[in-house]
Design a protein around this ligand. Structure first.
Ligand code: SAH
Length: 257
């Protein structure tokens, strides 16, 4: 690595528009990395979307929404260079932003089961706003989104992260999502970003007939406990559950803090 000397100002030739990268045509520098911290380009998101599609997510609107929301705006500046990797990342207070692959899988499942006439999801309840990333993606796919968070610090952080995005159909709520949010019910879709022992009855009550809920739930017991993704459909004939692949989410907790 070449040592960089501190200069009082840039040399005149750089002021004239020459770029240090342009001087080394053989250097392999992805276009996106050439600007700022490199995350401000659609190319990095496109790359992430291709990886998600390779995992089997097919829904074009989900892929489009994942390609639109800038995930790097929702993570700590020290983690920005990992923002478009398919990994969960810490967001403070012991919580994590979910993996993009899992977010898009869950959104695809919701859309497969609860699509409104408009081609969008109708009213959606999200339990676990966290940093607000999934809420932002959801707001592009739904008519209205109610997103609830039990940790004041994260509720405030999400509000700040989302402020400049002006998503008028997204409503951030501070409270215990275990009891749902009755004022917005019935919901065409409910999605949980935290996993409990079972699906709270309040969520089932607040789901519309014809609606779908997607949530991680415990499928093992004790120390060997594991979680799986559960799809619950509320039909005129009753409730239908389907348990899908294993997942790993932070725990669903009651009360606020
Ligand atoms: N969708 C989020 C993921 C956050 S992790 C994102 O994109 O960042 C899950 C979140 O669920 C955590 O912030 C946790 O505090 C929250 N949570 C857990 N139990 C909850 C409850 N009963 N009500 C509301 N939020 C809850």
């Amino acid at each position: 690595m070449t040592a960089m000397k501190q200069r009082p100002s840039f040399p005149a030739k750089m002021d004239a528009g020459a770029h240090p990268i342009a001087a080394k045509p053989r250097a392999v520098v992805p276009v996106a990395v050439a600007r700022g911290h490199g995350m401000d380009s659609a190319a990095v998101r496109h790359n992430m979307v291709q990886k998600i599609a390779a995992q089997g997510v097919r829904d074009p609107l989900v892929l489009q929404a994942m390609g639109t929301v800038e995930r790097h705006r929702f993570v700590d500046s020290a983690l920005v260079n990992q923002a478009y990797e398919d990994t969960s990342l810490p967001i403070g207070l012991g919580q994590t932003i979910s993996k993009p692959g899992v977010v898009s899988r869950m959104l695809e499942l919701l859309r497969q089961g609860a699509l409104g006439q408009s081609g969008k999801l109708g009213r959606v309840l999200e339990i676990g706003t966290g940093c607000g990333y999934q809420a932002a993606v959801l707001s592009l796919l739904a008519d209205e989104v109610y997103s609830i968070e039990r940790l004041r610090g994260l509720h405030d952080k999400a509000r700040e992260n989302l402020r400049t995005m002006r998503l008028h159909n997204l409503h951030l709520l501070f409270g215990d999502g275990m009891v749902g949010y009755a004022k917005g019910a019935p919901y065409a879709a409910i999605i949980a970003a935290a996993g409990g022992e079972a699906v709270p009855q309040a969520w089932i009550d607040q789901l519309a007939v014809g609606g779908r809920l997607v949530a991680p739930v415990a499928t093992g017991h004790g120390a060997a406990g594991s979680q799986s993704l559960m799809v619950l459909d509320k039909t005129a004939q009753g409730i239908r559950h389907t348990v899908l692949e294993a997942v790993l989410f932070v725990p669903l907790k009651s009360g606020v803090a």
